[in-house]
Design a binder for this molecule. Structure first.
Ligand code: MG
Length: 245
């Protein structure tokens, strides 16, 4: 039942063969070419109907993932991960959405691979678009910036340099479950990184995870959006969300 729904649903977008061919985090999986996205522009204004989740002033719409106040730093119009304070999540819950996020990897380069400028945007607390300082920083393809972590590398590497502002524009379709918890249709994501298409309506195999591709587990129609504390001082500004259409 689950398999047949998935096969039907994956008929569009990136070829599902990718996920049968490549083991998770396979170092031999080809990395897409780099494309210069051009210079960073000003913040993208929230359109009508959007909820502004972070406007550069405070974390009032966010909590620590374990409850209590969000522990990240807010200054000069951005928020910054404070190592060890934990990931943060929105108070409000969302299902299908169109999401805009601006982020910047630390200007001071430290570490390499997954250990450099790592964070992430988690739709519904469980489906991650990877954030990573990908500038001249090779890592496994399904862990690059703008990868659906552990599943789909981006179509191109559209990273800017560390310290420069970057944008993710995400269209997310939540998975659908039947009354008994069976999967009717998988989650799907379309992502633009710095204005360049990097995920084209890909069907997710389930929640994203490290060294695993776990199956779907039924969850409510709406869940919080979360941002990852991976121990690196990644910055965020101007986050807004609206219905997908
Ligand atoms: Mg991450």
């Amino acid at each position: 039942m689950i398999l047949s729904a998935f096969v039907v649903a994956v008929s569009g977008g990136n070829p599902p063969e990718d996920l049968r061919t490549w083991a998770i985090h396979d170092p031999a999986r080809p990395r897409p070419p780099a494309v210069d996205p051009g210079p960073a522009g000003p913040s993208v204004p929230a359109p009508a109907g959007a909820a502004v989740l972070f406007d550069g002033r405070d974390l009032s719409r966010w909590t620590a993932i374990g409850g209590g106040p969000a522990g990240w730093k807010v200054e000069n119009g951005f928020m910054e991960v404070v190592k060890g304070t934990g990931s943060i999540r929105t108070r409000e819950e969302f299902g299908d959405c169109r999401l805009h996020v601006e982020w910047a990897a630390p200007a001071e380069v430290r570490g390499s691979g997954q250990g450099r400028g790592n964070s992430g945007v988690f739709l519904m607390d469980r489906y991650e678009i990877q954030i990573l300082d990908g500038w001249e920083n090779p890592t496994y393809a399904d862990g690059m910036a703008a990868a659906v972590y552990g599943q789909y590398p981006p179509l191109v590497d559209a990273c800017r340099r560390p310290g420069e502002w970057q944008t993710y524009d995400i269209v997310f379709r939540a998975p659908r479950f039947d009354a008994s918890g069976g999967l009717l249709s998988p989650a799907r994501m379309t992502v633009f990184h710095n204005g360049i298409l990097v995920q084209d309506d890909v069907p997710l195999t389930g929640p994203t995870a490290h060294k695993a591709r776990p199956p779907y587990a039924v969850h409510p129609e709406k869940q919080p959006l979360s941002l990852q504390d991976h121990g690196h001082p990644v910055r965020f500004r101007n986050i807004w969300i609206r219905p997908p259409s």
